[in-house]
Design a protein around this ligand. Structure first.
Ligand SMILES: [Zn+2]
Length: 179
């Protein structure tokens, strides 16, 4: 199974948030197999079986992994075949992207709408004009005079990232329609 969204760092990041670093190892085994059992995953990742199972349930709770259950005719026990759902993974990654986009847009708006002032010694993050005024343009930490911040480069950078993410999300939503 090869799917572009699995190769992204964002996918790994999302999985890591859900199930930790070991969760990423488990997810990578799932990505590279059509279906696999918890025991196979344990062997391939060198993780304990109970750890693998805990991770699988976490992935399942987050709708990232699903399983098929089959009764072993010899032992009468159930076997679980696990797989990862590419559409769910993509949806999860896109949700994360929208969150990041939202934060960047807020930040961009803040930077664009405010004249910012900061301490030349970098004691704290830049403050808007009104706040600088209440501080009498003095740093509360070192008492240096606050300086006007030319944030045009930051704005340029943020704008670029916002545009990239928007284009990215547009592309993957049209991909979903095409599927
Ligand atoms: Zn200072």
């Amino acid at each position: 199974m090869s799917h572009a969204s699995f190769n992204s760092d964002l996918f790994r990041l999302v999985v890591e948030e859900i199930a930790g670093k070991e969760g990423v190892d488990v997810a990578m085994v799932l990505v590279n197999a059509d279906e696999t059992t918890d025991e196979e995953i344990a062997t391939k990742t060198d993780l304990k079986l109970n750890v693998v199972r805990r991770i699988l349930y976490k992935l399942h709770d987050n709708h990232l992994a699903s399983y098929r259950r089959i009764r072993d005719t010899n032992t009468g026990w159930f076997l679980y075949y696990w797989k990862i759902d590419p559409k769910k993974a993509l949806a999860l990654v896109n949700r994360k992207k929208r969150m990041v986009l939202n934060l960047l847009e807020q930040r961009l708006e803040h930077e664009s709408n405010n004249d910012l002032y900061s301490c030349p010694n970098g004691d704290s993050s830049p403050v808007p004009f009104e706040e600088a005024m209440t501080l009498s343009f003095r740093c509360p930490v070192c008492n240096s005079q606050l300086e006007y911040v030319d944030n045009s480069r930051a704005i340029q950078f943020l704008r670029k990232r916002v545009e990239e993410l928007r284009a990215d999300l547009r592309a993957s939503s049209s991909l979903r329609i095409a599927e």
